[in-house]
Design a protein around this ligand. Structure first.
Ligand code: DGY
Length: 337
């Protein structure tokens, strides 16, 4: 039976989440994964009241220009640098993201990358799979750098950064962090973390994890000058966003041994990856999967669905999407609906 509102889901999604949407709205879902052009996005969004979209879907003023129907966009991620929030707000389109449900899973993955890069897990596995072990192994082969007992630096101390910091206690690691604003003392105490200036963080951290949001100010927050301040024994982990690190400069630093290793889940211009990084054995590379556990990806999808239904006036939170990014859009939205 046709419902009064329609939504578009830009990528295949868990059937149970789609079923929860279909109770209320007509659901048009893409059956294969692909990057949509701005023109495709324009066309798809012109025909629906709401949409669930992914990080590769860039929604800006051009994509929504002249769209009188679209009322809500639910981003399938906590980061929302793919959304032009001012443009959506101006158009009265509610925008939501998926905070909190991924904090712990993403923090786990930051540690997975740190440990894998420090202890050379990926390159050792490649060597083993290639049958090289039979040729013998020296006692001083495959030496990595220690993680336990070292000083952990965290750049960007939001909820994911805090979850990473809490785990450091188990490794006996003091934690330094830098954030635009200092955290309340109670949280610093709980995370056993000390605020320092960015330069001090780069110089003092034995290993550094990046968890800051991407925006114009954070573009290349870690470039050649910052890499030059880091210890040559340090591991750099980026689970935040491509563009925060200058990947070309990092590749040079890794090749020259000015930074020991890197664990990278995000890349400038992904899914393309700088070829210089792909060649390096001291870089552990993964395809933006820090939040990809079965439970967490389901929780993110369900939260996006709940957000969208609520924004369109359905479900237990009707009218009050749990993770609304632009409450200012509401006035415009209410007038129009
Ligand atoms: C996010 O939610 O922003 C992650 O990067 C996507 O998994």
């Amino acid at each position: 039976m046709s419902k009064s509102q329609s939504i578009w889901v830009s990528r295949p999604l868990f059937p149970e989440v789609l079923a929860s949407l279909a109770q209320y709205v007509d659901v048009h879902v893409e059956t294969s994964e692909h990057k949509h052009t701005p023109e495709e996005l324009r066309e798809k969004l012109a025909e629906v009241d709401g949409a669930i979209i992914g990080l590769s879907d860039r929604i800006d003023d051009k994509v929504i220009a002249g769209n009188r129907r679209l009322r809500a966009i639910a981003n399938l991620a906590v980061g929302y640098n793919n959304l032009d929030l001012p443009a959506l707000t101006k158009a009265g389109i509610l925008a939501t993201n998926t905070p909190d449900v991924l904090n712990e899973t993403t923090a786990d993955y930051a540690w997975a990358l740190l440990l894998a890069a420090a202890r050379r897990v990926s390159s050792a596995e490649r060597w083993l799979r290639a049958g090289e072990w039979r040729g013998g192994m020296r006692f001083d082969d495959w030496l990595g750098v220690d993680v336990h007992g070292k000083t952990l630096g965290i750049l960007g101390m939001g909820r994911i950064g805090q979850a990473i910091a809490r785990r450091a206690y188990g490794f006996g690691m003091p934690v330094l962090y830098h954030n635009r604003s200092r955290l309340p003392e109670a949280i610093e105490r709980e995370c056993r973390a000390e605020w320092v200036e960015k330069t001090a963080l780069l110089k003092r951290a034995d290993h550094l994890i990046l968890v800051l949001p991407y925006n114009a100010q954070n573009h290349h927050a870690i470039g050649a000058p910052e890499l030059a301040l880091m210890k040559p024994t340090a591991v750099l982990v980026n689970i935040a966003r491509g563009g925060i690190v200058d990947d070309a400069a990092l590749a040079v630093a890794l090749r020259e041994g000015r930074v020991a290793a890197a664990g990278l889940d995000v890349f400038e211009g992904e899914p393309a990856v700088n070829p210089a990084l792909r060649e390096l054995n001291n870089a552990v590379l993964s395809p933006h999967i820090a939040s990809a556990s079965a439970d967490t990806r389901r929780a993110m999808a369900q939260l996006a669905a709940d957000n969208l239904l609520a924004a369109l006036g359905y479900g237990p939170s009707a009218g009050h999407p749990p993770s609304l990014l632009n409450p200012e859009a509401r006035a415009r939205h209410d007038v129009e609906t």
